[in-house]
Ligand binder design. Sequence first.
Ligand code: PGA
Length: 262
Amino acid sequence: MDIIVKKDYEQMSKCAAEYIATLINKKPNCVIGFATGRTPIGTYRELIRMHNEGLDFSNVIAFNLDEYYGLGMDLSKPYALDQSYQRFMYEELFKYINIKDENIHIPDGLTSNPDEFCMAYEETIKEVGGIDLQILGIGGDGHWAFNEPGASLDSRTRVEKLSKETLDDNYEAFYKKAGFSRDEMPHYAITMGIGTILDSRSVLMLANGSKKAKIVADALEGPVTNQVTASAIQLHKGKATVILDEDAASMLGRYKQSTSVS
Ligand code: PGA
């Protein structure tokens, strides 16, 4: 596992975008797994800037990690009132780059048959040859995607019940600002499983801020446990890279000493 520590959020985002752009330039038809949340927004802004300078997404294939169950993109609503992850990806990245609509795959939160949908999602990933690079954040409860504490480390795409901590975090980060009550938040999501994520040829995990320091240290240096599903990064058999800002890295032990901060 490579751990890169950058001075702040901006430098972390630039480094992550460069990492992703390097793959796209090397393999223009690469398959990228995208993540939502506050963490990757700076990375996506940087990718948009790079696209304006020529980075070509026309052959990139995208698979998103997760979607709230019960939500789908609704362009008739203002962005704030459409909290679907489909809308997030559209507003934060996809509408600004030349990725083809037919190459975008995001779990369908409005599906009437989630079990069938989840199996088909896994099949579609296989049909394109698997994910080259999966981008990931880490939740306050240590989750990867919506694989909440207790999720099996070999889980596949499925419907998962959100933990109280995730509901609290996402309410504060997104829903409250838009004027929703806590009860209006979806309590379930469709999420790729930990097993699905571990099948990616490489993973790129990002985290910033002192609030993430403890859980980052638990995930990277603690025991591999389904109580912190991001600790599964220690089981990844391909290339695992973590880019942190100094605050998020502040509770790491051995890694902090062996990494230079720039
Ligand atoms: P955040 O969420 O980027 O909004 O902190 C991370 C996650 O839940 O994976």
